[in-house]
Write a protein that binds this ligand. Structure first.
Ligand SMILES: [Zn+2]
Length: 168
């Protein structure tokens, strides 16, 4: 039953956010390699966006599907301490919504990259996600959300994938 590796589990149990976990690092490294320069976790901005591109007036959040209650295969409501989790994750959702509207009000464009767009996904599809971000940073609209629902069942899962059934 316990198919999540120990690090992942202790991280989740400790309530640590997804800061610096692999999907975010992947995005950072890939965009840096393409020549983009950005600030990390800027406390001056609502929600401390993971990547901030002052030159392009845009920010990127790499969102963990569990902590941000994404409607995808990586999210399941925990079956223990249900009330605790509903309150905790409900607060996260409210905070996310507030942060997004505050960023918009202050003139920032925002992109969300969901964990499921990057976890368990082939290198080609990861490159496609980075391509989308690259184009959006330079010349995109006010808001972009990249998620993996249509990619999740790809049969070319790479080896760092795990089937998240953390609380199942
Ligand atoms: Zn997701």
């Amino acid at each position: 039953m316990d198919i999540v590796d120990t690090d992942t589990r202790s991280q989740m149990m400790a309530g640590i956010s997804y800061k610096d976990t692999r999907p975010e690092l992947l995005v950072r490294r890939a965009l840096h390699k393409r020549g983009f320069r950005f600030k990390l976790h800027d406390k001056e901005l609502a929600g401390k966006p993971d990547l901030v591109f002052p030159k392009y007036q845009c920010v990127i959040f790499v969102q963990g599907c569990f902590w941000h209650v994404h409607d995808c295969h990586l999210f399941k409501w925990p079956k223990t301490r249900e009330q605790f989790w509903h309150e905790k994750l409900g607060k996260n959702q409210l905070r996310d919504a507030r942060n997004l509207s505050e960023l918009k009000r202050s003139g920032w464009r925002t992109a969300l990259v969901w964990e499921c767009a990057l976890r368990g996904i082939s290198p080609e599809k990861k490159t496609h996600v980075i391509d989308q971000l690259n184009a959006w940073i330079i010349n995109g609209g006010e808001f972009l959300s990249i998620e993996g629902n249509d990619l999740a069942n790809a049969d070319d899962m790479d080896t760092d994938s795990y089937d998240v059934d953390i609380f199942g």
